[in-house]
Design a protein around this ligand. Structure first.
Ligand code: GFB
Length: 311
């Protein structure tokens, strides 16, 4: 399958977010016309506004990177918003795409769609084979609904809608707010602030033993554009780096990149979440894609981005 992007009109929904903006940067090399919207221009939770906008702009394809996202505590504390906001965005855009005749759409899920205790590395077929991780089941259920919508519109209407499941992402444009962020940007900020304060230690959440896989957002965007050009299948596809490490080891890597030499304390009143979620990268590798940015390089460049932009 080859979907030619040159000359096509591609809407990146969520273009102001970390993933959407990386997809825009990557698509700029493809010779396509990129449509973007700000929150003020188009409220993605407003169904009629989304349908009207699609009717007016008539994109050829959509990358659905818009979502309400957050780290373990944000997910745990705001189940209603994580479920509702994501369902609304997905139904508005996927159904809107169908009724306005958009034939190609790439939906972004998440590795948390898989069962909490799935066999590792997690293959795509593990979806819906077991109970979800309770801290993020609301987000996971919304994302599973999005995957199933793509599958349903393929099956019933022959629409070429596909789904990709990125692992834990990080990079430029990330959220560094300590309450709502994911672990990697939180650790960069904690290590940086501890270094400036001359602190003896920094504190991580949980036991430090959960294993996580990380992928730089520019690698993720490259994989998504690759899939947009080459992939057409009912089955969602994992987008990961293929290796993982413990949160404690990640903390040591971040501290070394930032230059913080103090101790690492643990706040075990905070949740660990799922013990491990390493996705199998085999399906995507077999198609000919693999990541280019090592975790060490990615942490260094993201720290630099934080120093230049986010502080
Ligand atoms: O990245 P994170 O928030 O999300 O946390 P999940 C990963 C692990 O890092 C957990 C630990 O075990 C956290 O307890 N951790 C240690 C920290 N220190 C910190 C810290 O300062 N901040 C944060 N945030 N974590 C999310 C899901 O799960 O992953 C979402 O909730 C989504 O739905 C996302 O799927 C990719 O990997 O646990």
């Amino acid at each position: 399958m080859h979907y030619e992007l040159e000359g096509q009109k591609i809407w990146v929904a969520g273009s102001q977010g970390m993933v959407g903006s990386a997809v825009v940067r990557r698509l700029e090399r493809e010779g396509c016309k990129i449509l973007v919207t700000t929150r003020a221009e188009l409220d993605l939770s407003d169904q009629s506004a989304v349908f009207d906008w699609l009717n007016l702009k008539r994109p050829d394809a959509i990358v659905l990177a818009a979502a309400k996202v957050g780290g373990i505590l944000a997910n745990n504390d705001h189940p209603a918003e994580f479920l509702h906001d994501n369902l609304v965005i997905e139904t508005n855009i996927i159904h809107g795409a169908h009724i306005t005749g958009v034939d190609r759409l790439l939906f972004l899920g998440s590795s948390c769609i898989y069962p909490k205790l799935a066999k590792q590395p997690i293959v795509e077929e593990a979806l819906l084979t077991g109970a979800l991780e309770p801290t993020n089941e609301w987000y996971a259920i919304a994302k599973i609904a999005g995957i199933k919508m793509c599958e349903a519109y393929r099956r019933q209407y022959g629409r070429d809608y596909i789904s990709a499941m990125p692992t834990n992402l990080y990079g430029p444009g990330d959220n560094f707010d300590l309450k709502s962020s994911h672990v990697l940007p939180a650790l960069i900020r904690k290590a940086h602030e501890a270094k400036l304060a001359g602190a003896e230690s920094l504190t991580i959440w949980g036991t430090g033993s959960p294993m996580r896989e990380f992928l730089h957002v520019d690698d993720c965007a490259d994989a998504l554009v690759f899939l947009l050009k080459t992939y057409s299948d009912d089955m969602h596809i994992n987008v990961g780096s293929g290796s993982d490490l413990s949160i404690y080891d990640l903390t040591r890597l971040v501290c070394s990149a930032v230059g913080f030499v103090g101790n690492i304390e643990k706040d075990e009143t905070k949740p660990d979440g799922t013990p491990r979620k390493l996705m199998s990268a085999e399906r995507l590798r077999a198609l000919g894609w693999s990541p280019q940015i090592s975790l060490e390089d990615g942490i260094h460049s993201t720290y630099q981005w934080y120093l230049d932009n986010a502080r």
